[in-house]
Design a binder for this molecule. Structure first.
Ligand SMILES: [Zn+2]
Length: 671
């Protein structure tokens, strides 16, 4: 039986689509996963265009529906529209990040404005909005998930300027299109700058921290630091300062049009934190604690440097000394050496640990799925199933760095979870992408402690995506407020170095010996080491992000060139009390998160979510790490719910109270 009563027009059009390329054909593959080997670069643009047209027709059918607007014939019908578009963009935007080529980049340039225009058209459509508004204003009788979906859709229109006079709407649309192009250019420039950094220093961006930790030559470290921290800042064709400024101006202008004083106020209005003042106060408190600790860390490092015969007498610790001397202090204090721990963290072993923890906590099983095609020979496919054997989803693991992949680590969906029009449940297809060192010379990839944490982090996002039990894709899985989503990835990190887990996975790749208890103790103690620096650079980037987005359009008009950007950074760093030995984790010209990745006025989310995750984890510590009841309630309250309820409501219902901000300072050893 059909669950949803749709108006018929949309379905007719879908059938009439010509099956010209692979995206428009039925995928008779295991679990309906993408047939990568059959996809040609030339398929993307026509498929995107056809997908846009198909969704347009589906929406036209919704607005042409003669019946009064209801949740089913309007909001649910919209949720079920755009299948073709979701399918092609699901593949394309994953590959453009992890397996990009100049041809893919050219496609991205072509389709980005098309998609942005199409989205504008949908969310500037007064007839469609009128129906959504009617449902929104009478949503009392809907269930909670339906209310959340309706609210999200309604707000999307409002935030896209549907309430503006016509002339302003045209400008608004122009801004959105321009922003899409600028963001993409920012990312493209950064990729070129990352490659130039590698050419100049022989070090990849992802290997920078380990290079800085190991390189004993101070002059070489200084050179690498200067090259790293000036990416996008060379006054050449890849300079990102002007692009960043234009993005900021346009965002401020948009916010102003919608009645907000600045971009941050607008962006935060639908987040868990709510407004800039709340975020500023939150970050200010962390910064103060972090700097107190960081000053002590500098003093410790200075002693080691003073005793270093290779360094000129009287030299002071500089930003390029931090990684190197912090490691020396760490070795001295905890007698811990990455070279000693890495052999226990071969990539394949870490994978076992990830899967074991997920099984033990949530009862899920993860098995190789060799029948599922992958997009690159190094990618692995897995099938996840629940304790009762039912399918949870398909998982691609793409862990190793390569030239075609951007830096960093992330989780993404190829396909979202939702309930289809015929009532069958579509399970998600999810990827974890990392930049771990590829296996080489017959030796497996050996991960650092930090990389092990990254593996657990990204898999935490994946679990959030896999365990979801929603009906509508707009709220399923990780489709939650940005300052809530990192709670689940960071929560999963807590399991990486638990003794029981380590006993399962941390075996020496040559001898098979389990990691010794003494080494485990050292790792656990060392995790709280250097947190003044780690927290400081993260918090500094978060504050820099906020300060940029707290400027009004008028204030931003005063910035004229790259120097004015650098001067602002200097001023902001001084005001936040950042010590000279630390720079923000990202400077403006290479702050991809905020200029090309949807984290504008949102980089604080990592710290914000960490309060939630550590507070939740403390409950597990109190009531039993492997307490099955607790894990079940965590799964049911959070992981299954996605965005079908307000985050704070979920948190309070599970925790029995508000999150405790000091959990973060305790967790990081800053109290
Ligand atoms: Zn994350």
């Amino acid at each position: 039986m059909k669950r949803f009563l749709l108006c018929a027009g949309a379905l007719l059009l879908m059938i009439s689509c010509k099956e010209t390329n692979v995206f428009q054909q039925e995928w008779k593959t295991p679990y309906g996963t993408a047939p990568f080997s059959r996809i040609a670069v030339a398929d993307y643009v026509p498929a995107v265009k056809a997908g846009i047209e198909a969704q347009k027709a589906e929406i036209a059918a919704i607005t042409a529906c003669p019946d009064a607007p209801t949740f089913e014939n309007t909001v649910a019908a919209y949720e079920l529209s755009g299948d073709l578009l979701a399918r092609v963009t699901g593949v394309f935007f994953n590959l453009s990040e992890s397996d990009s080529t100049p041809e893919i980049q050219a496609v991205e340039e072509e389709i980005t404005p098309l998609l942005s225009d199409a989205e504008n058209e949908v969310f500037m459509d007064p007839a469609f909005f009128a129906r959504v508004k009617a449902v929104y204003e009478a949503m009392d009788g809907l269930d909670r998930e339906q209310q959340m979906v309706t609210k999200k859709l309604y707000e999307r229109f409002v935030r896209n300027g549907i309430g503006l006079p016509e002339a302003e709407q045209a400008r608004f649309k122009e801004i959105n299109t321009r922003l899409a192009v600028l963001s993409q250019q920012f990312g493209k420039n950064l990729l070129a700058e990352n490659n130039a950094f590698k050419e100049e220093t022989g070090v990849t961006v992802s290997a920078y921290p380990s290079f800085m930790t190991e390189c004993a030559d101070r002059a070489q470290r200084e050179k690498a630091f200067l090259a790293y921290s000036s990416r996008g800042n060379h006054g050449n064709a890849n300079d990102n300062n002007a692009i960043a400024l234009e993005i900021l101006r346009l965002k401020a202008e948009k916010a102003g049009m919608l009645g907000y004083p600045d971009a941050a106020s607008f962006i935060l209005s639908d987040k868990m934190a709510g407004d800039p003042a709340t975020v500023d106060a939150f970050l200010g408190g962390i910064m103060a604690a972090a700097m107190k600790k960081a000053k002590a860390e500098v003093a410790d490092m200075q002693k080691v440097m003073d005793a270093d015969p290779t360094v000129e007498k009287g030299a002071k610790i500089q930003p390029w000394d931090w990684f190197y001397y912090a490691e020396k202090v760490r070795k001295a204090r905890y007698d811990l050496d990455e070279a000693e721990t890495k052999p226990y963290f071969a990539a394949d072993s870490v994978k076992k640990g990830l899967f074991y923890a997920a099984n033990k906590l949530y009862g899920i099983r993860i098995e190789p799925a060799p029948e599922v095609e992958v997009y690159n020979p190094v990618v692995e496919a897995y099938r996840l199933s629940d304790a009762d054997g039912s399918l949870l989803g398909i998982f691609y693991m793409d862990w190793f760095s390569r030239d075609t992949k951007r830096g960093g680590a992330w989780m993404n969906n190829f396909r979202d979870q939702y309930v289809a029009a015929d009532g069958t449940e579509v399970r998600p297809v999810i990827v974890n992408v990392c930049n771990f060192p590829p296996p080489a010379d017959g030796q497996p990839s050996l991960l650092t402690v930090d990389e092990v944490q990254t593996a657990f982090h990204e898999f935490g996002h994946a679990l959030h995506g896999f365990l979801t039990k929603c009906r509508y894709r707009d709220v399923s899985g990780t489709s939650v407020a940005r300052d809530f989503v990192e709670m689940f990835s960071q929560f999963n990190e807590n399991w990486a170095f638990q003794k029981e887990i380590l006993a399962v996975y941390a075996h020496h790749y040559q001898t098979g010996e389990t990691i010794p208890d003494a080494l485990v103790e050292k790792i656990r103690a060392a995790l709280r080491f250097n947190q003044g620096f780690m927290t400081g650079e993260l918090c500094a980037a978060s504050i820099l992000d906020m300060r940029w987005h707290e400027l009004s359009a008028e204030e931003l008009a005063a910035f004229t060139d790259a120097q004015s950007v650098r001067d602002f950074e200097t001023k902001v760093c001084a005001e936040m009390g950042l010590i000279g030995e630390i720079i923000p984790r990202y400077r403006t010209s290479y702050f991809n998160h905020i200029f090309n990745s949807g984290y504008s006025a949102g980089y604080y989310s990592y710290l914000w979510s960490e309060v939630l995750d550590l507070d939740a984890f403390e409950k597990f510590e109190r009531e039993g790490l492997w307490n099955p009841e607790l894990a079940r309630s965590f799964r049911e309250t959070f992981l299954e719910k996605g965005g079908s309820e307000e985050p704070m409501t979920l948190f309070r219902s599970w925790r029995g109270g508000d999150p405790d901000p000091s959990a973060l300072l305790r967790g990081r050893g800053l109290l």
